[in-house]
Ligand binder design. Structure first.
Ligand code: ASP
Length: 336
């Protein structure tokens, strides 16, 4: 694999205090190399053993503070980050756009500066705008984790999906994953393609031409506009139609009913033994039928469980990772 770049132009010109030069962030899967992913999955496996104990809390991040800022709806990501931080004994502050001063027009920069005054160790942020995590990293002296920015990246989703596939198949290398649906507006698709290809999986994107970005094969995947292409995959990864990210008036599909008829994942379209994944939230009856979602082959609940241990691993790794050297071990984008 090519060496990772560890500097981000957006941040290079900042005059940062020396302490901040050591901050590491998880903003994009592109920041990670294969060894980073293997390390994180290994940590997640270790944390998974704690889930079966009666007392699940570990003292690992006692005295540390995690701030979680969610400017977009979330169920799984926000709860799992919060629980992950609490299971590691960190203090957690959570804010949502609605009900915070964002409602009163406060900018992201000002909110970040305000929260930064409490000296958090880690800030987890989800935002509708691409690049919001980078803005926070410029203004807060903390490690920043991207919990989803617009349609760009959702790196911890990709990591938890790798963890789930690895647990199910005993590895990711050589596994064929078909990602079906609205790739165009999906940060999950972008992060997952990068992560899966990096770990040696074979990825086929399946959907109508209007919902698959032109030239995306450059990421190392294949594209098919025939729903039958999912039949060859070990894993069928179903995406939700991201209606909130479609420009008003744009018609990517004639209607949802037609989308379901042509691209919906139903039992008839699957072959025996294929595993099905979905990042949630599901629109049952649109992109996936309820029987497929609830079948024994569905890994959807396992993904949720993986989310907790993978996010514990990410929080732990950011805080305890060794000193950032000239070539940073790149979980982890160096700010200075
Ligand atoms: N929960 C995922 C995300 O935040 C997928 C989705 O919303 O469809 O991107």
């Amino acid at each position: 694999m090519p060496e990772k770049t560890v500097q981000q132009p957006l941040m290079r010109d900042e005059l940062l205090p020396p302490s901040r030069a050591r901050r590491r962030h998880l903003i994009s899967i592109a920041d990670l190399g294969r060894p980073d992913i293997e390390r994180l999955l290994g940590l997640a496996r270790t944390f998974a053993t704690s889930l079966d104990r009666d007392v699940k809390k570990l003292p690992t991040l006692r005295g540390r503070t995690v701030v979680s800022m969610f400017y977009e709806p979330s169920t799984r990501t926000s709860t799992s980050f919060e629980l992950a931080a609490k299971r590691l004994s960190a203090d957690v502050m959570s804010i949502r756009a609605s009900g915070s001063s964002a409602d009163k027009g406060e900018s992201l920069k000002d909110t970040a500066l305000t929260l930064g005054a409490y000296d958090p160790d880690i800030v987890v942020i989800r935002h509708t705008s691409i690049g919001a995590p980078d803005v926070v990293a410029r203004h807060v002296d903390a490690h920043v984790v991207n919990a989803g920015d617009g349609k760009r990246q959702h790196p911890t989703q990709a990591l938890l999906d790798l963890f789930t596939i690895d647990e199910e198949f005993g590895g990711v290398d050589g596994i064929h994953v078909a990602i079906v649906g609205d790739v165009l507006h999906s940060r999950v698709a972008r992060s997952n393609i990068q992560a899966l290809v990096l770990m040696g999986a074979h990825v086929t994107l399946v959907g109508p031409p209007t919902l698959i970005p032109r030239g995306i094969e450059a990421l190392g995947c294949e594209v098919s506009h025939d729903i039958n292409a999912i039949r060859d995959a070990d894993v069928v990864y179903v995406l939700r139609m991201q209606r909130e990210r479609m420009e008003a008036g744009a018609n990517f599909v004639p209607s949802l009913r037609e989308y379901t008829a042509r691209w919906g994942v139903s039992a008839e379209r699957l072959t025996k033994g294929q595993r099905v994944m979905h990042p949630g939230p599901m629109n049952r009856g649109v992109e996936i039928t309820p029987d497929v979602a609830d079948a024994a082959e569905s890994l959807i609940q396992r993904q949720v469980r993986s989310g907790l241990v993978v996010r514990m691993a990410v929080l732990y790794d950011l805080v305890t990772g060794g000193p950032v050297s000239a070539v940073a071990p790149a979980t982890i984008r160096e700010v200075a």
